[in-house]
Design a protein. Structure first.
Length: 262
């Protein structure tokens, strides 16, 4: 098992209260890892520590061992890198409750994601610099491909504002895919979706898993987790209180207590 992500003793406090406390976790290449836990358990904070949108107060995060084999630290330290550098290394996040850019088409929304990996980035794109125009065609092609992968190719030129919620979530995933991630973080992608939309999202995640994408996802629905996740990490009050297969975790007394005590 090659670890793609190695979190060691990560902690992050807000106003003296730890949202994530001494969490150590290893995610294997190609694995789908669910992260569950009651509201306020620290799930989103953990994802933000991985993506770089929050800095840890303690601990280390290492990612993607260079040259194939795991290094002594299980990869290269990323915990001091800003989010756009981690994005370029292949870490993509769909934030909890992420919003689309209003007044843009589905295609334009996805193209924004592609700029994460270009040399010149969003500023050049916004200013429409010449160097950017050369990249535009390639990004457009990638964005259309990402839309195809999530089943939204036919929506490319339609306003993202009118998409039903399920397809808005798929569009968020397409935007993340356009950055060509190696590790995809999905924070509550299924929340608020109707049954048919959840099913479509589950199939999308299954398809990515079959392609070998490494994913971490926050999800509350036990059936959804059991179907999609290889392993589950359970957070409660910022601590990782259980880890294992969905079956192992479901029968864990500490997990049952955490949920009943909510
Ligand atoms: P979850 O995603 O599991 O619901 P969060 O990671 O969002 O939990 O939050 C964990 C704890 O950290 C909560 O008590 C929350 O209020 C607190 N918290 C999260 N982000 C911030 C922040 N930016 N500022 C202050 N407190 C925060
Ligand atoms: Mg959250």
């Amino acid at each position: 098992m090659t670890p793609l992500l190695t979190i060691d003793g990560a902690g992050r406090a807000f106003g003296g209260v730890y949202a994530v406390r001494d969490v150590s976790m290893t995610v294997a290449e190609g694995e789908t890892r669910a992260v569950i836990g009651p509201n306020g358990a620290g799930k989103s904070t953990l994802f933000n520590l991985i993506s770089g949108h929050l800095a840890p107060d303690h601990g280390t995060i290492a990612y993607a061992p260079a040259g194939g084999g795991p290094g002594p630290s299980g990869g290269r330290r990323i915990d001091r890198m800003p989010p756009h550098v981690r994005a370029r290394l292949g870490i993509a996040i769909v934030f909890q409750g992420a919003r689309l850019f209003r007044g843009m088409t589905a295609l334009e929304n996805v193209m924004v994601g592609a700029h994460a990996r270009t040399r010149h980035g969003m500023l050049a794109a916004t200013l429409r610099l010449p160097v950017h125009r050369r990249e535009e065609a390639a990004i457009r092609a990638d964005a259309l491909d990402a839309l195809r992968r999530v089943g939204l190719r036919d929506w490319a030129d339609r306003s993202a504002d009118v998409l039903p919620l399920g397809q808005q979530r798929s569009l968020q995933v397409a935007r993340a895919l356009c950055a060509r991630p190696r590790l995809l973080l999905l924070d509550e992608p299924a929340s608020g979706l109707r049954a048919a939309e959840r099913e479509a999202l589950a199939q999308l995640v299954e398809g990515l898993r079959a392609e070998g994408m490494t994913m971490m996802l926050v999800e509350h629905d036990v059936a959804f987790v059991a179907r999609l996740a290889d392993r589950v990490g359970v957070l409660d009050l910022g601590r990782l209180i259980a880890e294992g297969t969905p079956e192992e975790v479901r029968g864990d007394p500490a997990v049952v207590a955490a949920y009943l005590g909510e």
